[in-house]
Structures are given as C-alpha cells and as structure tokens.
Design a protein around this ligand. Structure first.
Ligand SMILES: *Cc1c(COP(=O)(O)O)cnc(C)c1O
Length: 367
C-alpha cells in the first residue's frame, strides 16, 4: 500500500454491518477490571487507552515501526533522551535544532551528567564529534533555519560506532520523509505541527523498530505520566486522513511563495529546501518526498520585519507552523536561535496561493 493510501486508511478498524465507519473517542480514567489485571486489555488510563491504540496503529503503518504517542512533542523528545542517556553518556545534537530540545539537553540532562556536544546541521558537521557518543540527535530540515543533513549517511557512520540515532522529523512529517527507512533508530515528531495541521492540539510521538526500545518508551510514558489526552489522539487520527491533501497543497504553495520571494530585493537569506537553487536541495531531493510547509527569509531589521508582518492582511502572526492556515513570525522575538533580528519563519497553509502572493507582495511593498 502506498503512503497516500495509508494516511487515509491506516488504523481504521475493519468495517462492520451497521457500525459507524470510524470509532468515537474513548474517555476513560479507569476500566472495569476484576481479579487478575493481566487478563484485561485495558486497566487504567495512564497505561493505555483504545483511542491511543488506534492512533498508534495508524502511525505504526506510516512509520514502519512501533509508535508511542506522547502528550506533546517535547514529551517525545524527553522520552528519547530519558530512555537512552545516563550520567557520563555523550549526546551529539545540532547547534541549530529546536530551541527547547537544546534547552532540555543543556539544562536537566547536562545537570545529570550527560555531556552535550553540538555542531551545525549544514555540512553534516555532527560527524566530526561522534567519538564515544551514545545518542546522535538529528533535526532535518532544522527549525527554523531549514538546514538539511544526510540521514542515511550519518546513521550508517553512527551505527558503525554503536551510537543510537534519532531524527526530529517534525518539519517534514513521516509523509515527507521516513527516518526509520533511512536508518534511524528513533523517528520523533511534534504532531502539534504539520502532521495534524489545524492549530488545535498539542501532541507528539516516537517510533522505533526495536521492540526493546519501544517497551522502554512505553514504560517511560507510564512512569513519567506524559500521556496524550484521548480527544487529542482522536483528533490527530482524524487529521491524518487529509495529511497528503494538506501537505501537497502546502508544499506547492510554499514553492510558489519561495519563487516569488527570490524576485524581491527586500528579501535576503531565503531558504526553502524545495527551491532548486537552495544549498540543501541536493540532499533534500534524495531523502524527502515533500519539502515541507516552511519557508524562511530575512528582512533588513526588526522594524522592517515587524512592519511586514503587521501589513499582512491574510497571513496571521503566530508561532508554530504546519497548519492549514498561513502564519508567520519574527523568530528572534523569542531569543535562543542564532538568527538575524529580521528573520521571518513563514509557514504556508492551504489557502489559494494567489491570495497569499498578493498579501505578501502588498506587505513587502510597504517596506
Ligand atoms: C514544536 C517542535 C517541538 C516541540 O513540540 P511541542 O508539541 O510544542 O511540544 C520539537 N521539535 C520541533 C522541531 C518543533 O518544531
């Protein structure tokens, strides 16, 4: 079955006469369990939930491994760190990956005695600091800089040295790129972003092909308690069905907007892995099916960037990305990323691209 069919069908139970096509959400704190609890598939809401099971069944088929859903993308990041890293271990991560992932590594995990080494995503620079590492963390395309690294090559080199490899696949989604097929041990994503794509929930997951690691991830979730809400899991599964429709449209729109931005003299530092002129394009075409919904670029300074954003009528100022609604923000307002003050992270939605182009053009004209 192709990915485009899987996203629509995966995890939907066999149809039965007179039964609804899709099962509803199961809200449950506890379940009726008499006697020996091992005879019951469900016992208590922190351990398991039928709505999670359905969502994870869908993700299993898409990821090609066992998926474990978490309360948020950060709960999923923390689970991978938590099941793999012990005091004295070395974590190699991108210097330009998602800010909160770096904060977690440099804060709680470094305080516990984990050595954190960082190198840029561009140029596969993490290769240079692998010696003696336990876990190699990759994020490609990186958020917000949209740098790309070669997952298959890095995973092969890391595995020769017995290093576990994790990919934060949030920007691409599993439809855009399949980390486990490219050799990663963990495929992690914030499902808050493009995977679910409606700006209405917080969720994450980790997938792995190693049953032992999958068990450890589930134990971590149960003991830490970073469990997804049943409603979120249900909404996420429902949203999966339109993933390819959304992503196809978003990526087509993103490429058109990136092309338009190349014609504007106000714009520098334009990045979109789908642009043939982008430095990341050669690796991206080898490992990605879709280039993602995010475009980034730089305006002269903070004042000009804010004027651009305030002049947009259709594009909404908001953090996060990957939604059906086009959003943008001046990323440096948060701090923590090595980017210029006028850096814009632009997340392209599913609107008619002509309306988007018109809005961006009239906002740039005000500069
Ligand atoms: C948003 C994001 C996360 C964290 O996800 P939450 O769902 O907000 O916890 C992790 N990695 C990347 C690349 C992200 O963009």
């Amino acid at each position: 079955m192709r990915m485009g069919t899987k996203v629509v069908r995966a995890g939907i139970p066999p149809t039965r006469q007179g039964e609804p096509f899709a099962t509803g959400v199961t809200f449950a704190g506890t379940y009726h369990v008499a006697g020996d609890p091992t005879t019951s598939p469900y016992t208590y809401g922190r351990y398991h939930n039928p709505t999670w099971t359905q969502y994870e069944t869908a993700l299993n088929q898409l990821e090609g491994g066992q998926a474990v859903a978490f309360a948020s993308g950060m709960a999923a990041v923390a689970a991978v760190f938590g099941v793999s890293l012990r005091p004295g271990d070395v974590l190699v991560m991108p210097s330009d990956c998602y800010y909160t992932s770096r904060l977690l590594a440099d804060g709680f995990f470094a305080e516990m005695g984990v050595e954190v080494r960082k190198a840029s995503t561009a140029g596969n620079a993490q290769l240079q600091c692998l010696e003696g590492a336990k876990l190699l963390w990759l994020e490609t395309p990186s958020n917000p800089g949209l740098e790309v690294c070669d997952i298959a090559m890095l995973a092969a080199v890391a595995h020769e040295q017995n290093i576990l490899v994790a990919v934060d696949n949030t920007t691409a989604t599993v439809l855009g790129q399949e980390p486990l097929a490219l050799g990663a041990d963990f495929s992690m994503a914030s499902d808050t972003k493009a995977l679910t794509g409606h700006s209405d929930l917080i969720l994450g997951h980790v997938a792995t092909r190693d049953p032992n690691l999958a068990d450890r991830l589930r134990s971590w979730r149960t003991q830490i308690g970073a469990v997804p809400g049943p409603m979120e899991a249900w909404l996420a599964h429902r949203s999966l069905a339109t993933l390819e429709l959304r992503l196809e449209r978003q990526c087509r729109n993103a490429l058109e907007i990136a092309r338009f931005l190349t014609t504007r003299r106000e714009v520098t530092g334009l990045r979109y892995p789908g642009l043939p002129s982008d430095p990341a394009h050669p690796i991206a075409t080898r490992q990605m099916r879709y280039f993602g919904p995010v475009v980034s670029f730089v305006l002269a300074d903070e004042v000009r960037a804010d004027r651009f954003l305030n002049s947009c009528q259709l594009v909404t100022q908001a953090t996060s990305f990957g939604s059906v609604h086009t959003t943008a923000e001046r990323r440096a307002r948060w701090g923590g990323d090595d980017i210029p003050p006028g850096f814009i992270r632009f997340s392209v939605g599913c609107e008619d691209v002509n309306d988007l182009l018109h809005d961006v053009e009239q906002a740039l004209d005000t500069l």
